[in-house]
Design a binder for this molecule. Sequence first.
Ligand code: M6R
Length: 605
Amino acid sequence: MCGIIGYTGHRPGVPVVVEGLRRLEYRGYDSAGVAFGLKGGLEVIRAKGKLAALEEKLAHEPVTLATTAMGHTRWATHGEPAERNAHPHRSNDGRLAIVHNGIIENFQEIKADLLGKGYVFHSETDTEVLVNLIAECRKSQPDLLKAFAAALRQAHGAYAVCLMDRDDPDTLLAARMSAPLIFGIGTGEHFVASDIPAFLPYTRQVIFLEDGDIVRCTAGDYAIMRLEDLAPVRHPVQTITWDMQAAQKGGYRHFMLKEIFEQPRVITDGLSGRVQDGKVCLPELDGLPVPERLHIVACGTSYHSGLWGRHLLENWAHIPVQVEIASEFRYRESLLLGKGDMVLVISQSGETADTLAALRIAREKGVPVLGLCNVVGSSIAREASAVILTQAGPEISVASTKAMCSQMLMLALMALYWGQRNDGDAAERARCLSLLESLPVLLGEALPAMHERARELSRKYAQARNFFYLGRGHCFPLALEGALKLKELSYIHAEGYAAGEMKHGPIALIDPAFPSLVLALDDELYPKVVSNMVEVKARQGKVIALCNTGREPDADDIWRIPALPSPLAGFMALPALQLFSYEMADYLGKDVDQPRNLAKSVTVE
Ligand code: M6R
């Protein structure tokens, strides 16, 4: 959940690290800190709050002489957001400093042992325990690399760590276990970071480190070894093809807005090379049998994509589908039968701890796992039996938008592909494919007016403290997603509900101050949704109806969007819901790209 970066090279290291932290801030922003060697010492500067607070402190420090540095941006797990809990953490002897993303699960036992040996702790973090464990191991093993490995072998849990030594301040040691860490190779300089944009301005040559890897690097040299026995390992050097443009705001006020407006391009890129002669090409799936039962497992927005995809997979491919939240799936004795079953894990980041755990459980049971991920080289992308990359490009805003669009597209293609292998209706498939191909233009044309209407409605409803999002069929998962977007961005309580369930309890909440946004699209369930809406209106509930031109119900506010045949209409409704939440949050003065208490990549359970 945190972001780490280490740099060693020929440039002033602290500015490189701070700039990298800015591009990692989406991973957490409770505090930030840097470490660098200066005049034979190891300086650590930390500040509570966003990076700007750290920059303010650094402005008064002589940092430019150090050409090796490391930094951290935190999403608090152990210990409240406070300077004493900010990274880097030092060992008691002052020789070592460490930055850490992840959780050391057995830190209490290790801490008790170290307390018994006279160590003192200034924070509540597991990280301070780890750095002191390394210091303790060093007492019997003076070679720091060996002491580092020995300590990590005792630590259980997840980590991506970077370590600096006061006595050798131009060397970085780093390691990963169940938390992302990428190694960047420049000319006369090296980087380690939680994500590629942190160092992309300097190099495109990267190695995706694997669990159990340890790295030692200086400006001119590097070695990657196995944690187990320090034997050398070789991983391919890969070239990143996307550029910084993709990870910058490009003139938009926020990353979120840019990412919403990128969705037509995301669809174009996702379709590229996937359709030939009226057939869907998903070579990633050619070697796998068509599943007899599919279990979709994911969290948050990715879970909502899975719920939406179920409609298509069942209707078009005739595959029975279950969809489950990863944090529930992993602790339930699920009936994965092996033969004929397949698990599909969906994750933008490819690092979500619960989703990754679900993947591992399924693999242990011998069930093939298909990954649907956005981040190339992520843990899920590497550990799945097969992976389909959503190709949405970097998603920086903490609230997921274009990633969901790309997941929906790939789920639609998967449903068509498996339908094709199950001898499904070729004419229906051709019709859907041609609709999908027309989507980028239709959506691109619709977005400006949609944005304008979202702005108007957000102003009108900005006083609401509660919201219902109602939908049925393929619109129900979109209602869940609309509500999630509103609450995470605006801190307005919102509930997504199946419209037909309202009368079983929730309708009791309805009053004139509790509005509902109803997805009343022109599909087979339209008359049913309208009946549910009338029931809400009869209780003085205000209703915004998201509907299609030509089929408009009686509502307090009508929001017309272009019609598309069900269920592909979801591609038009999704950005409308995203824009409403975006405008609401911006109008209310909330931090759109970095909502409070959240982080982009949830690598803790
Ligand atoms: O990276 P993942 O898709 O696995 O992330 C899952 C959720 O953490 C994520 O969708 C989260 O709910 C977002 N904040 C939604 O905007």
